[in-house]
Ligand binder design. Structure first.
Ligand SMILES: [Zn+2]
Length: 259
């Protein structure tokens, strides 16, 4: 198997995996989105809330704020030595205090641990009118997307590497075939359709439908383009590494059970 990074931004990574199977990539995809743990607010203690939203509604909104996650320091409450009672190794505390008139944003959540804080600072939580007040302490814990979608890490999608076959020679309606591609994969050169940008192809087959006798498009079943987009709690690379370690643990467990 070969892996090649095609592009990398803060929260998005695209890479090419060669010499594998769709089921292997799909296993990684499933683990990466719903089994890799992230931090999210699980409990909120309100000392004051005179806003128009009731406590449960605000707690739900706060739970959905992505928090930066430190997997080295924190453990899931069930795996912690405190046995789920709650301690510094499995919980992070955040506080929020605001007085209207104003809009309260996610960035106003103040964390005791600088490693656990809102990734996006301008998510509106609630609008406070004159004299309305909000004061709360929130507890964030590690969890997985399998338990609640607030803990999902992001999104991973994959497609077979595009394989485009074009009949050689000049093509009568070359310009029309090239123009039908929404991603500008094709170009016209000397009256013939040519591939200009193969990796931009997402296998929509609009060109093939336009002219099946000239062009055929297929996705490889061995080589794949994988796109991983994180919601920001962990970097795409961290999500991938963690997924592989979770899969390895599962296989070890399986091996032990079979023996
Ligand atoms: Zn603990």
């Amino acid at each position: 198997m070969k892996i090649n990074v095609m592009s990398q931004e803060d929260n998005k990574m695209k890479f090419l995996i060669e010499g594998t199977t769709p089921s292997f990539i799909n296993t990684i995809r499933r683990i990466s989105t719903v089994e890799v743990p992230t931090m999210a607010i699980e409990e909120v203690a309100f000392t004051k809330n005179s806003s128009v939203l009731y406590d449960e509604m605000l707690a739900l909104r706060l739970g959905l704020v992505p928090l930066s996650t430190d997997l080295k320091t924190y453990k899931k409450p069930a795996d912690c030595k405190c046995e789920g009672k709650g301690c510094n190794a499995c919980q992070a505390k955040l506080t929020l205090s605001a007085k209207g008139p104003c809009i309260v944003y996610s960035g106003e959540l103040k964390s005791k641990d600088p490693k656990v804080k809102p990734v996006i600072e301008d998510i509106p939580i609630v609008k406070l009118a004159e004299n309305q007040e909000l004061k709360l302490t929130a507890t964030a814990v590690l969890g997985t997307g399998k338990e609640h979608s607030k803990w999902t890490t992001g999104l991973m999608v994959f497609q077979g590497y595009p394989e485009i076959k074009i009949v050689s020679g000049k093509h009568k309606d070359a310009a029309e075939i090239a123009a039908v591609c929404p991603r500008k994969v094709l170009e016209v050169k000397d009256g013939a359709v040519k591939v200009a940008n193969l990796e931009a192809c997402n296998l929509c087959r609009a060109c093939q439908e336009k002219s099946p006798e000239v062009i055929t498009v297929n996705g490889s079943t061995e080589n794949f383009i994988v796109t991983m987009e994180s919601w920001g709690q962990l970097s795409p690379k961290e999500i991938l590494m963690e997924s592989i370690s979770i899969m390895t643990d599962k296989l070890k467990e399986f091996n032990k059970l079979i023996k």
